[in-house]
Each structure stands twice: as C-alpha cells, then as structure tokens.
Write a protein that binds this ligand. Sequence first.
Ligand code: XUL
Ligand code: CO
Length: 437
Amino acid sequence: MQPAFPTISKIAYEGKESRNPLAFKHYNPHEIVEGKTMRDHLRFAVVYWHTFRGMGSDPFGPGTAVRPWDDGSNSVANAQKRARVAFEFIEKLDAPFYCWHDRDVAPEGKNLRETNKNFDAVAKVLKVEQKRTGIKLLWGTANLFSNPRFVHGAGTSCNADVFAYAAAQIKKALEVTHDLGGAGYTFWGGREGYMTLLNTDMKRELDHLAKLLHMAVDYKKQIGFKGQFYIEPKPKEPTKHQYDSDAAACLNFLREYDLLPHFKLNLETNHATLAGHTMQHELEVAGAAGALGSIDANTGDELLGWDTDQFPTSIYLTTHTMLAILKYGGLTTGGVNFDAKVRRESFEPVDLFHAHIGGMDAFARGLKIAAAIRKDGRLAQFVKQRYASWDTGMGAKIEKGRTTLKELETHMLKQGEVAPNVSGRQEFLENLINEFI
Ligand code: XUL
Ligand code: CO
C-alpha cells in the first residue's frame, strides 16, 4: 500500500529550541521523570473515531476533511485500508496506544451476524498491524448510541430488545478487545439518560443498566479478559441528563449496585467542564475513591457550552492534571487518550499531526512541571501544614473516632475559643505554580 502520509517521517524529539512543527519540543519518550520514562507515564493513545472517522461535519454543513485514502464507502475493504492508514499515522506519531468503538473500525451489515463478520474482518487487520508496529489497544468500547435503534438509550432503553442488542454488541466488543490484547474496556453511556422525566421510569432504567454491567463483569471473567473496566462520566449531550453525570454520580451508582470493585473511571476534561467542575476536581474525586483509571484528554472552549473536543494546549490544565495523576500513583492500566478532534477548518491530513504533537507536548510539559513542583515540596508541605491540628491532640482523637460530642463540648468549654485560623494563601500558591510554569 502507498503511504498515506508520504512526506511525513517519524516524529522525533528535537528539544525546545527546535522550530520544526513536525517534531516534539518537550515529549521525549525516553526521558526519565520520577523514575519512569515519559512514555510510561503518559501512555498516549490516539482515538479511532475522531482521527480516522471524523470528517468535520457540524449541524450546519457536511464534513470538510481531506482524507485521500478513504473512498467514502461503507465497504469492509475501505475499512481495512483505513486501519492500515491509522497504524501508519500512530506509528509515525510514536504513540504507544489507540482506542476504538466497534462501529468506528468496521461498518454495520444488514443484521447483527453480518455486522459481527465485518468487525472480525477488520479486527484481523488491526491484529496484524498491532503485531507489526507494537502499538497496543488501550481500550475498546461499543458504540451504543449512533444507530437509530438506540433512540431511547441502550442499557436504559424502554425496549427490552434494544437492551438485548446492546448486550450482544458488548459481548462481541469484549471478545475483540480481548483478542487484541486490550488493556481495558470503556463504558460511556451514550444515550443512557433522559430528555424528559414525564416518560421515564428512572429507577427501572438504572436497575437495568446495572444488570447490563454485571453481565459484562461475568462475561469478562468467563472469557478470561483481564483488562480494566472503566465508566466515563458525562453530564449532558446527547441527552439533557446523562445518568453517569460526573465522577461522584458514577461512584455512587457503582457502589449502590455492588459494581465498584470491577470499575475505575475514565475522566474526560471537557465532560468535567460540562458538569460544572474542573478536571482537577474530577481527578480528586476519583483518586480519593481509588478509582482513577484513565483520562480522555481534550478541552472545551471558554465561550461554547458543548463538547467541542479540542486538543489540549493549556499548560495550566496539563500541570493540574498531572499533579493529580502523580499524587494518586500515576496511570497503570489507563493512559492519556486524545478524545479530541481537529477543527472543521483544519481539514488537511497534516493537521492531525499538528494536533497530536501539540497535545503530547502540552502533557509532557505538564508532567515535567508537576514533577518539579512535587520535588520542590512547598505545595505539599503547605497542605500538610494546613491540617496540622489533626495530627496531634484532639484532632488526632477525632480522626481515630475516639471522642464524642460531649467530650468536644468539654474541650471547648475549657478552651473558650478556637486557636486562631491561618490564611489559606491562595494567591501565594497560585504564584508558586507560576514559578514552575
Ligand atoms: C463522547 C465520548 C466518547 C467516549 C467513548 O463524548 O467521550 O467518545 O469516550 O464512547
Ligand atoms: Co471520551
């Protein structure tokens, strides 16, 4: 096959003085940070859906992307060719992982049997390409939202047959993920939510969703798939209210239905923003629960209120993200997955490279800055000191659960007033972060 990107060779690290747009200025895969290579810290992944299927359409017009290798047809042969192009791209980018939805990689057939056959035919090529390049599958997932059959949701549909179809699709996607040696499998509840409560039995829908996830956990065991399961929170879009609205809601759902031991969270930056949170907040909520699994790295637009899925370029964002990830022990099964798309106006193939290189460099800088802040130690020391009253005396007693309201009353009656509070020093800390950026 002719190369799809004939003028582009493997993207190399050239250092921050380089002015070559097709080089890394900060991402040096072999550089050691906190005892691990940058490659192993960041575990970058390229998404199949935006990068190889996104054509840039929006509600006001069709796609604009120029993709000379794609004949625009829904044939299996075109899908197989696209798979080879995908691997040429990921290999040239030097990213170690990729992710897909079942329907990104292979076209739907006229019924489930034919659809599965198409999927197998393309998965075969993916397997050969994985082997040839050493690129691995970070996670697979089933698209349970695009086909009109999922108009009322999948696991939460009012129609039991739709639930059954979703179950069949998950079963197959799990088998293929397993066969391709996937490190994980993600559940994003595409249309698992509601547009109006007037027609919705919420409790019943949530019970069904939990049943579906339990079946997936059982099947995972049955086939011996050892990858990590993730839930990806998102508050809205496409539905007005998505059940997996944010990290806290997901954790609550997983706990309520005894699913927490089997899942971690895959947190997406723009989804956090849509939920009215920062990514930092979502990472803290997941991390504190021992459920920080993976991230979908992107960003929204300050002026737009929808899921714009832009490539991350803000060093503040990547610094805060990496500070939280390092704090909770780093990414193990998960990765930094670019669930992001080039703008409709950036329609040339080379723009795919600019976008990913920028995101990878932004994360490399975030990682190095976060590591420097941690090495400096003043930030962590400040937080530790702020809670010093809990380390000894009455504070320690409360934390250990060895006191009562009565004893605390006696304590305060004796003391009369609290020891003076100290400043939170937010501006001082913001300046401290800036020292490193
Ligand atoms: C949708 C989204 C999905 C999931 C996988 O906003 O983020 O692409 O990452 O289904
Ligand atoms: Co995502």
